[in-house]
Write a protein that binds this ligand. Sequence first.
Ligand code: ATP
Length: 339
Amino acid sequence: MTTIVLDTLTKRFGDNLAVNAASFTLETGSFTALLGPSGCGKTTILRLIAGFEQPSAGSIHFNGRQVGSPGAMVPPERRSLGIVFQSYALWPHMDVASNVAYPLQARGLGRAAIDERVGAALEMVSLAGFGQRSVDGLSGGQRQRVALARCLVTGTDIILLDEPLANLDVHLRAEMLDVFARLHEKTGATIVFVTHDQSEALALADRVIVLDRGVVQQSGRPEQLYNEPANAMVAGFVGRGMLVSALVSDGRVTLADRPVLVRGQVQGSKAALLLRPENLTLADAGIPAAVVAARYSGAGYDTILQLANGEQVLLTARERLEPGRPVHFAIEDAWIVPG
Ligand code: ATP
C-alpha cells in the first residue's frame, strides 16, 4: 500500500504559477478530494502525482521514495497507479471485456488469468455480464464504470480520478457515489479525485484539500471544512452561508447590538462571522432585518435578509416572505472565520 507525500510542490507554466508550494500527505487507503474553482491547479496536482508533469520545484514521494522532482522523474507507467480521465479514454471499437483486459494483455498475462480478473473487476463496478457489450451502446455512467474496471484490473492501490461525476446526470451521480464508496471499501486503495463540486467532495471524501490559485487553503475532514473553515475563501466555497462583520468587546461578540454565541477564536475588535441557513431561525426577539428575496427550494424558501448595515444573510423559511417585510432572526451557531 502506498502513502503519497507532496513536499512544497510547485508547477509553473511560463509565468503562470499553477501549483504554489503545495504540501500534504495522502495516507494509505485514504479517499481525498482536491476541491477548488476552475484553474486553481487541481488537475495539475493530479498530473504531477501521476507523473505526466514534472515539478518546477519541490518533490513527490511514494512510500518514502522520491518519484518526482525538477531533477528526476519516475515515468507514469512505473508509478503503478490507475487514472480515470474525464473523457474515460475507452476504445470504441472494442467490447467492454476487451477494454478492461487491455492493460493485462499489454503485460502478457494468460487468457484464463485475464478472464478471471476482468470478471472480478466488472463485478466490482456492478457490470457483471456486460463483457460482450459494445462500448458504443453504453450510457455515460456505464462507460465510466468500464474505465474504472480497467483501472482496477491491474490491482493498483492508487486510483486517480479526474472530475469523476462531471459528465453524469443527477441520478447517475447518486449511483456512482455508491459505486465509488463501495470500491473504496472493498479495495482499500488510496483514492484521489478532482472536483469543483463541493457537495461531491463532502459526500465522497474522508479528506478534502481546498485549493485556490495554486495554494492549499485548507486540508481536513469534510466536517472540519464545513464547520470550521480556515479562511473566507473556504467559507465561501464550501457549503452555503454568508459572512457578516460583528463587533468584539471584552471577549464578547455582538451583531446589531445583540450578543452572539460563537465558536472559534475571538481576537481584536472585529470578527467575520459565518452564518449558515440551517443555523438561523425567524424569532421575534432576534436581530432585525428586512426580506430582500425569497426563492422556493423544495425544502422551504431560501430567503435573503438584509441587516441594518447592508450585509445579508441566508435563511430557510417555511413560508414565502414578501420582499421588504421587516423580520427578526436568531443565531443558533456561528463560526468566527480566521484571517
Ligand atoms: P479546471 O477545473 O478548470 O480543470 P483546474 O483546477 O484543474 O481547473 P488546472 O488545469 O490544474 O486547473 O490549471 C491550473 C492553471 O495552470 C490554469 O491557469 C491553467 O490555465 C494552467 N495550465 C494547466 N496546464 C497547462 C499547460 N499544459 N500549459 C499552460 N498552462 C497550463
